[in-house]
Write a protein that binds this ligand. Structure first.
Ligand code: AMP
Ligand code: GLY
Length: 443
């Protein structure tokens, strides 16, 4: 790739730092809007907000950007891709209508219904009163109550009984923060199993499935505490072997992409399936229309081939003839370091020490999620501050390298989960133990 390619990455989190870092390695000149102190190390930050579509269009034109890559969901759901395409500019991501797969749980369920994609049974209600009536009338079983629209990950309530479900409906109806998202309410069967994430890149026809990952959404070790945007992730996860990945591709990803095309809402970009591995097989919890954060960080650290080529082929709808991506052997682990108080209110501005020492740890890469440079010092600037990511020949070694880098970093109130990837390590031990039993000669 000639180094003259100029790419604009939209967003300011750890995901966008990882995308910008990888595209710079692939030979692109990278602009990031608005970016953070970490993205400034791999490209040029442009002070335009991720949701300022007119401002971003102006930057893309003025700076002769030839590919724009959108990180977060908000600008996608607001129609940034439509605006760029109308202006004749190349952009990676789904249109406003296609982004409804993430922006509207009701739309997502309709697409899954058309594609016969396995998911939780659900009912949709236009009013809280109807939802209440339904809950009173049905047997008292665990359910999940969800707001239809985007609610920054907060509009989902996993309820163990009717009383909790009624309370969740009341919250959605009365709490002003859900006013926009809870236009309709979904009540869904609660699925049990292990949660994994499988992401695919698609140009609307061809699907390139990426290695499977596991996120850690709860704030504290052993999945205790409130839900967050994600406290860490690792890749690949041993919960999904090659056969299961092929099954997920065939029964979930391919029918979803085809159902969207048949519905005349073709999807181009990253299709992210949040899955529950149930006793009846994998079922979809949700689709996202973008890379996950922090899933993107370990994924791109492992990516050997060019991301730029893959994104170009998606935008040009030539994925079919693009060589499949290749990955470093082994695994990658990403540990999120957060500010005191996260996922609640946090104080900002604490200087961060030890970033250089952390980056000197072999195979480690510190992606910045919320940082700001103040007089040359990098300071914490939000809840999830860093995604400390490392590779290793095995999951255990990757974990060791990631936490070795974490140990170098400190600021007042910094904390992280200590058990990122442990579920995967336990699974590996179980798999080995079961093989050992199978292979043991009969006595
Ligand atoms: P969502 O935004 O729909 O992915 O929901 C957020 C989180 O809620 C998921 O990551 C799951 O942990 C949980 N969740 C959502 N739907 C269900 C379900 N049907 N059964 C069990 N847990 C669920
Ligand atoms: N880590 C979950 C997400 O990006 O939605």
């Amino acid at each position: 790739m000639p180094s003259s390619r100029r790419v604009l990455v939209v967003g300011n989190g750890g995901r966008e730092h990882a995308i910008a870092w990888k595209l710079a390695r692939d030979g692109a000149e990278v602009l990031i809007a608005p970016g953070n102190a970490g993205t400034a190390l791999v490209g040029e930050n442009i002070p335009v907000a991720a949701t300022d579509i007119a401002g971003l269009l102006e930057v893309a034109r003025r700076r002769e950007v030839d590919l724009t890559v959108v990180g977060p969901e908000a600008p996608l759901v607001a129609g940034i891709v439509d605006a760029f395409v109308d202006a004749g500019l190349r952009i990676f991501g789904p249109t406003k209508r296609a982004a409804q797969i993430e922006g509207s749980k009701s739309f997502c369920k309709q697409i899954m219904h058309r594609g016969d994609v396995p998911t939780a049974m659900f009912r949709e209600f236009r009013s809280a009163a109807r939802a209440r009536e339904y809950l009173e009338a049905r047997e008292d079983v665990p359910v999940v109550v969800k707001a239809d629209g985007l609610a920054a990950g907060k509009g989902v309530f996993v309820c163990s009984d009717r009383a909790a479900a009624l309370e969740a409906v009341r919250t959605l109806a009365e709490d002003p923060q859900f006013a926009a998202a809870a236009g309709s309410i979904l009540i869904e069967e609660r699925l049990d199993g292990v949660e994994v994430s499988v992401l695919a890149i698609t140009d609307g026809r061809t699907i390139v499935t990426l290695p499977p990952l596991q996120d850690h959404k709860a704030a504290h070790d052993d999945d205790e505490g409130p839900n967050t945007g994600g406290m860490g992730a690792y890749c690949p996860t041993p919960f999904v072997d090659d056969a299961l990945l092929a099954d997920i591709e065939a029964r979930i990803l391919v029918p979803t992409v085809h159902a969207m095309r048949r519905a005349k809402v073709p999807f181009q970009g990253v299709l992210y399936a949040g899955l529950m591995l149930t006793a009846q097989g994998p079922k979809v919890l949700e689709f996202n229309a973008r890379f996950g954060d922090p899933e993107c960080e370990p994924l791109l650290l492992r990516m050997e081939s060019s991301l730029l080529e893959l994104l170009d082929a998606t935008v040009d709808r030539t994925l079919e003839s693009c060589a499949p991506p290749t990955w470093q052997e082994g695994a990658a682990v990403s540990v999120v370091m957060a500010s005191e108080g996260y996922p609640g209110a946090v104080t900002k501005g604490q200087p961060i020490r030890g970033l250089e020492a952390a980056s000197a740890i072999p195979h480690a890469q510190v992606f910045h999620a919320a940082t700001r440079a103040v007089d040359g010092t990098i300071c914490a600037d939000g809840g999830r501050v860093l995604a400390v990511t490392a590779m290793g020949p095995s999951l255990a070694r990757a974990k060791l390298q990631a936490y070795s880098a974490v140990k170098e970093i400190r600021w007042a109130g910094a904390w992280c989960r200590k058990d990122i990837s442990d579920k995967g390590l336990r699974r590996e031990r179980e798999l080995l133990a079961s093989m050992a039993t199978e292979e043991a000669p009969a006595s």
